[in-house]
Write a new protein. Structure first.
Length: 308
């Protein structure tokens, strides 16, 4: 059975909080869909959380029992609801109006977990960092959340010479070139094709994301389709495109050829890359979040000067 729950804060299935683990007995005697449909994540497994953890909430705490193979998404509640639970020595005597439980998809549940988990080092502790930008040579205050790479890993100096003339002509006026590089696309010997995009890593306990600006490979057909759609300003209609990560990101084990999908955005916006699940640290950060302390570590590694 599938029930549509829409986007993060859309239609919700509400039930009473009566017993430990949010009235499992009540759930057993009520028709509750095992699969839900979400406009963002598609058809996924059902999950339950207090209403405070839905929508765009962040930093509220994320309490639950340990996930198991049988129950990978145990019922979750925020720190305020945990105070209520502790004050009543469990859920049995908690008034319904103090802790309302809602249905959400497992994808929204995982997103809420990342945004609401309280890390040891909080995002607010990065707000006073001062750092010097390598591009503008100016000092800035606050976390630096975007690092990029100007060319794919496979681009070299010989190809740079072959492509210099193409950068002087607008793309729409150029004849197809076997080898070229601009700020958005790259072709090498008319055999290898790449697009520049963003990998968004959600920051644990925060509403912000950390971004790697990287390159991904494209098939010839997808490359040509994306170029055409980009010129015609209709690229939002293109489906996801398979890609291999084509940037070696420092501070990780080898990142080349990680599997991902190119998600086309509105005209004028760089594509987003969706990494497939795996045990690579970058994949783990993409799907489970990056800690503020890890963001700070990257800033120290990548910035020419940083002051606390």
């Amino acid at each position: 059975m599938t029930r549509s729950v829409g986007r993060l804060s859309a239609t919700r299935y509400e039930r009473l909080a009566g017993h430990v683990d949010f009235s499992r007995s009540h759930r057993e005697h009520t028709e509750v869909p095992e699969t839900v449909h979400c406009d963002t994540h598609g058809d996924t497994q059902q999950a339950f959380a207090c209403e405070h953890l839905t929508g765009e909430s962040f930093g509220l705490g994320f309490n639950r029992n340990d996930p198991t193979e049988e129950n990978p998404f145990p019922d979750a509640w925020c720190d305020d609801c945990e105070i209520v639970r502790a004050a009543h020595d469990g859920w049995e005597e908690v008034p319904d109006e103090l802790c309302k439980i809602v249905l959400l998809c497992s994808g929204c549940y995982e997103r809420s977990c990342i945004r609401n988990t309280r890390p040891t080092v909080t995002f607010d502790e990065l707000l006073n960092l001062r750092w010097k930008c390598a591009s503008c040579d100016e000092w800035h205050t606050g976390p630096c959340l975007d690092f990029g790479f100007s060319e794919p890993h496979y681009w070299d100096k010989n190809q740079e010479k072959a492509s210099r003339w193409t950068n002087l002509v607008p793309r729409r006026l150029k004849k197809p070139s076997k080898t070229f590089l601009d700020s958005d696309y790259c072709s090498i010997d008319d055999e290898s094709f790449f697009v520049r995009g963003l990998i968004h890593l959600p920051i644990i306990g925060a509403a912000d994301s950390f971004c790697w600006g990287v390159w991904g490979s494209l098939s010839r057909a997808n490359y040509e389709a994306l170029l055409k759609a980009d010129d015609e300003h209709c690229n939002v209609e293109l489906p996801p495109m398979f890609s291999w990560l084509s940037t070696q990101i420092p501070g990780y084990p080898e990142t080349l050829n990680l599997k991902m999908w190119v998600l086309i955005q509105e005209p004028g916006m760089r594509p987003h890359f969706r990494l497939e699940r795996g045990d690579h640290p970058l994949c783990m950060e993409y799907h489970h979040g990056i800690s503020p302390s890890r963001v700070k570590e990257i800033m120290f590694e990548r910035l020419p000067a940083l002051e606390e």
